[in-house]
Design a protein around this ligand. Structure first.
Ligand SMILES: Nc1ncnc2c1ncn2[C@@H]1O[C@H](COP(=O)(O)OP(=O)(O)O)[C@@H](O)[C@H]1O
Ligand SMILES: O=C(CO)[C@@H](O)[C@H](O)COP(=O)(O)O
Length: 499
């Protein structure tokens, strides 16, 4: 059987075709996305770009000749979390989607948090602290800043739901991605009237929100226009899909306790599964629902490969040249520390901050050191998150590393040294797309009455590439620890209440 996994990330859409007989990804494709900025924290994309990128990525995969479109049995879609897609009553997109990394709505988020009784009130009501980047503040922003657009809203979707809608015509959301809206009670798994009331009349908003479904449920089958266009069979099922981190969890076998996944995508994320609705020990830990019917404790930094790419572009380097520059600079970048918050940050909680380069002197201000300080700065942001997870009792004997940055041997070693933990990559680092394909398989088997556990499928298909495993180097661990402590001190000196 063959499954198409789609991951609509921030920088591109990727597809993988997974063959269950061969237990392998037999084809993949990718197509990039642009970003709309604005200098005020705005980060948006047109949902139609995602559809176009999906079409192109699918054609790329098809052009290799390893499969035929008619071979596909089901499709699963993963997508960047939190983005707000608003549709009118004809199902047409009203305006570009504000993304997970958009910090223009920090003021509206503060308003929502205050209305719910502060951080504690949010956690009491929803089970999580609502952060800038989640969907809720984008909706309030729309109401306050574009009332004519808000008046037209008939449907609210998230990025992966929009692709599901294009594929099937159905308005549906599964619990994992829904938990990132800031409108879902993550313990009871239902929309919260208290949260909805911070934005508008809850009865009106409930009509706009899609039906909630469980992870193993299907959204529907592909529309005839889509099957004709792509050459798919007309019985192709579309599974619930989920947020990219939820799908990355499935793709890395992180569906039971004891595993920690780290993703080096546009965002940096660290996450671990929980089978209970967790009582979080720190408000920066997000206890989202997983797309495997449990929960996912997650830390997200907004500045990761996206931020590193900005510094790399400054010097006009490609990825190889960047790696060479970082290798020329010693650990600690000779005293340079970069707080890389180019468009604000979620962890630490600094939605309105900007980046700072600290510790510059006449000897250390070199392109190589700046480049290293960028890579170290974003990695130290994830280390802050790791400290929070470890402080709340989550630890792992091994980190499973995914996302674009996981392709870099240097970064894999840096992650092992900074986290002081062995690192291993899955066989396919496109783990979100793979997770979506595995979920599609699970959904398809269930639909055929062959009830199979997701665990059994992950054990077979979420394999690790042990050739790429790296262990921490004790000398490096000590030197990174010094640099990290300097990063922490400088962060806390500038922003005393950020963690
Ligand atoms: N070999 C590499 N070394 C360092 N970074 C890399 C390497 N390969 C890819 N990347 C980074 O990964 C980024 C894309 O990551 P990806 O996980 O695909 O992002 P997203 O899913 O958010 O769109 C690229 O922009 C690039 O910066
Ligand atoms: O906001 C979050 C998690 O809460 C991000 O992780 C987004 O889901 C974007 O993912 P990438 O494009 O970096 O994969």
């Amino acid at each position: 059987m063959m499954y198409l996994g789609v991951d609509c990330g921030t920088q591109s859409t990727k597809v993988v075709v997974f063959d269950t007989q061969k237990a392998a990804v037999i084809a993949q494709g990718e197509s990039p996305h642009e970003l709309i900025g604005g200098g005020n924290g705005r980060q948006e994309q047109h949902p139609k770009w995602w559809i176009q990128a999906f079409r192109e990525a699918f054609q790329n995969a098809l052009s290799g000749g390893a499969f035929q479109a008619m071979d596909i049995d089901a499709v699963g879609v993963s997508g960047q979390q939190h983005g707000l897609v608003v549709l009118d009553d004809s199902g047409d997109v009203i305006r570009p989607a504000k993304l997970w990394c958009d910090t223009e709505t920090a003021e509206q988020n503060a308003e929502i948090v205050a209305a719910l009784g502060g951080t504690k009130g949010c956690i009491d009501t929803l089970g999580l602290a609502v952060a800038t980047g989640y969907t809720a503040s984008k909706l309030l922003w729309l109401k306050q800043n574009e009332p004519d657009n808000f008046a037209q809203v008939a449907h609210i979707l998230l990025p992966h739901d929009y692709l599901n809608y294009w594929l099937t015509g159905e308005y549906v959301m599964e619990y994992g991605d829904a938990s990132g809206t800031g409108l879902l009670d993550i313990r009871q798994r239902c929309w919260s009237d208290a949260a909805l009331a911070t934005i508008d009349d809850p009865d009106r908003l409930r009509v706009m929100l899609p039906t909630l479904i469980e992870a193993q449920q299907a959204v529907g089958t592909v529309r005839s226009e889509v099957s004709l266009e792509l050459g798919l069979r007309d019985d192709v099922l579309v599974s619930s899909g989920g947020g990219d981190n939820m799908m990355g969890a499935i793709g890395t076998g992180n569906i039971e306790q004891g595993v920690v996944t780290a993703s080096l995508g546009t965002s940096g994320t660290l996450y671990a599964y929980s089978d209970q609705a967790p009582d979080i020990k720190h408000p920066l830990i997000a206890p989202f629902c997983s797309s495997s019917n449990g929960w996912l404790l997650l830390i997200c930094t907004m500045n990761l490969t996206g931020a590193v790419n900005h510094y790399r572009d400054l010097f006009g380097w490609d990825l190889t040249q960047m790696q060479q520059a970082v290798e020329r600079s010693p650990i600690g970048a000779q005293g340079l520390t970069l707080l890389p918050f180019l468009n604000g940050e979620r962890v630490p909680a600094l939605p309105n901050s900007s980046a700072s380069l600290l510790g510059m002197n006449a000897d250390n201000l070199t392109p190589d050191n700046i480049m290293r300080s960028a890579l170290e700065g974003v990695t130290f942001g994830l280390r802050l998150g790791m400290d929070l997870l470890r402080g709340s009792g989550i630890d792992s004997q091994q980190l499973r590393l995914i996302g674009g940055g996981a392709n870099s041997p240097l970064w894999r070693q840096m992650m092992a040294d900074v986290m002081n933990c062995p690192v291993v990559c899955p066989t396919s680092t496109e783990s979100a797309a793979l997770g979506a394909a595995i979920q599609a398989h699970w959904c398809h088997l269930n639909q055929q009455g062959q009830f199979t556990s997701l665990k059994a499928l992950c054990e077979r298909f979420s394999t690790l590439n042990t050739d790429q495993a790296v262990s921490p180097n004790p000398d490096n661990v000590a030197r990174y620890e010094q640099a990290y402590q300097r990063y922490r001190q400088q962060l806390l000196a500038l922003y005393p209440e950020s963690i």
